[in-house]
Write a protein that binds this ligand. Sequence first.
Ligand code: ADP
Length: 209
Amino acid sequence: MDLSVRQEKIIAIVKSDGPITGEKIAGKLNLARATLRPDLAILTMAGYLEARPRVGYFYSGKSGSELLTEKIKKYKVNEYKSVPVVIRENMTAYDAVSTFFLEDVGTIFVVDEHSCLIGVLSRKDLLRACLGNQDLNTMPVHIIMTRMPNITICTGEDLLIDAAKKLITRQIDGLPVVKKTEFGLEVVGRITKTTITKVFVELVTNDEL
Ligand code: ADP
């Protein structure tokens, strides 16, 4: 976040004289208290300053990048997950190819009758299947998918940054978001490289508002 000259001055005053009331900050800047109100609100919301009733403003001591890190570390998978695209294990590789095109996704999750996770299919799995001379119309997806327990998963309560790290370390494009049920791990969402890219852009866009 780019601070205005006046906001920088306010931070400098609070740094040297805090805790200090809004009234006193205004006095030092020869401005009316009301004029400063929006700046103080922005600096408090962004985390540069902390406000305590009847005491005044404190400098939080945190740099812009520390505040950004703190913000990112609060993002949970649940707030950002998108709708999962799933198919049943007895569907054919041909059905899977159609689903990839129709749903415009790069990862499909294979589930049982309780919507519980049993496999993952990526584009490369299907390309590999095409290399053999078998008929995709009769090939069930369960022969070509990556299956449990070899699937990297995440839950809604996980931090988004941890899900992003899994995408990098496992070199995969997507993670199923799962919820434990009596039948297994129900697929309730997905986190993909696109999710993380959107958040990255949103961070900058929100900051500019
Ligand atoms: P692409 O096929 O486009 O390279 P991925 O990198 O996601 O896509 O997939 C590479 C391999 O990893 C595939 O065999 C796929 O089945 C497997 N895979 C994809 N997602 C996961 C996951 N969440 N957990 C385990 N394996 C996965």
